[in-house]
Design a protein around this ligand. Structure first.
Ligand SMILES: *Cc1c(COP(=O)(O)O)cnc(C)c1O
Length: 380
């Protein structure tokens, strides 16, 4: 969803080859026979849902996952086949939509299973779904002590195939984290009991990027799928996951210098004058601001790269501009020169995690915001 007229100076470039390489690197961390659900919700974290989904399928991802049924419909309209998980489940009345497009929602309430069963029967087909259990995230999912009872009742409904048990870790990405371990134990014991009762649940899934990059101790009941999002795009689920896999950032965000100007010692820069030049200073005015998805909270903290050299932000991020300090550049950059706000420039790189840290947020939010606001080009 780009703006009416996105700035021609600003460009998000997405490296689909990096995403495929990340998939390979992450698969090496998975036990054999565990498939990958490539998570492409939120327009593939800003990277472009349809091109990313196509590339993930081509690179061997067994399954795709979206947050909302509407996202799944867009994938089907683009001709994408194979299983599509709908992680946030269905809103009331959406069961027929899920059936019509062969989407597999995560469900946690009896009424939702009943509605999906009814929609499948009405359409003369069979619907697939997953039973979502809350093992400690306190977001979506039936409480663990009611999960098996709901599973038995839902599994008896006509026109419905429950393919997996699903849960989500609250504290993933930190090796040895006791909360993740507790959740994994609850999940594994439920899955074991369900399987003893004859439910195969072959597509069960617990781990997202964090759980794969910092796995809880081996659980006796192996899930069938890992749901990978941020790591496919080269971001870390937590700083502690650094180094667990050789990931490449897939998004680059570039802008241009609109102006280069010299300000005298003592001059205040940008709104509120939160930065004042300690000496006569060359500043570059970059043609990107918070309306382009660049975080205002990175004001006076972040850096950009010009010709592989870092230039620190000075003062507040504006709606369509930021000011950067060109001290130490020789020769001085000229208006029109490329500025890298995210990604590689020469030998240096600003990662989404780094920009997220400067902005007091996470890589996930950075790529979502930049991808949503700008012109985007895909490289494969
Ligand atoms: C978004 C999401 C994922 C992917 O998480 P990452 O940390 O990006 O790998 C997996 N499962 C669920 C339920 C999600 O909502």
């Amino acid at each position: 969803m780009t703006r009416v007229a996105p700035s021609p100076d600003n460009l998000v470039s997405v490296d689909l080859t990096a995403i495929a390489a990340n998939l390979r690197a992450l698969r090496a961390l998975l036990p054999p026979k565990v498939g990958v659900a490539g998570v492409v919700k939120a327009d593939a974290y800003g990277h472009g849902m349809v091109p990313v989904a196509r590339r993930l399928k081509a690179a061997g991802a067994e399954t795709l996952a979206v947050a909302l049924p509407g996202e799944g419909v867009l994938l089907r309209r683009a001709g994408i086949e194979g299983p599509i998980l709908v992680l946030m489940g269905l809103a009331p009345g959406q069961a027929p939509l899920a059936v019509a497009h062969d989407l597999s929602p995560f469900l946690a309430a009896w009424e939702d299973f009943a509605a999906l069963s009814q929609a499948a029967q009405d359409a003369g087909t069979q619907a697939t779904c997953h039973l979502k259990v809350d093992t400690g995230m306190s977001r979506l999912g039936v409480e663990a002590d009611q999960a098996l009872d709901l599973l038995e009742r839902a599994a008896a409904l006509p026109g419905l195939k429950i393919q997996g048990l699903a849960s989500h870790l609250a504290t993933s990405g930190v090796p040895g984290d006791p909360t993740a371990q507790k959740q994994a134990e609850i999940f594994s014991s439920l899955l074991g009991e369900a399987r003893r009762r004859g439910h195969a649940l072959t597509e069960s899934s617990l781990e997202a990027s964090g759980g794969v990059m910092a796995p809880p101790p081996a659980a006796p009941e192996p899930p069938g799928l890992a749901r990978l999002g941020i790591s496919l795009y080269g971001g870390l689920p937590a700083p502690e996951s650094q180094g667990a896999a050789p990931l490449k950032g897939a998004m680059r965000f570039t802008s241009r210098l609109m102006a280069v100007r010299r300000v005298p010692a003592g001059a205040g820069v940008s709104y509120g004058h939160i930065w004042k030049a300690p000496r006569d200073t060359w500043l570059g005015v970059v043609a990107a601001g918070y309306s382009d998805g660049y975080p205002r909270s990175a004001s006076n903290r972040a850096q950009v790269l010009i010709r592989g050299q870092a230039a620190p932000l000075r003062g507040r991020v504006c709606m369509n501009a930021i000011m950067v300090d060109l001290t130490g550049f020789a020769p001085l950059p000229a208006p029109g020169e490329e500025v890298v706000l995210l990604g590689r420039s020469g030998e240096r790189e600003i990662t989404a995690d780094q920009l997220g840290e400067w902005a007091g947020t996470i890589s996930y939010e950075i790529t979502c915001s930049l991808g949503a606001a700008n012109r985007r080009r895909h490289r494969s």
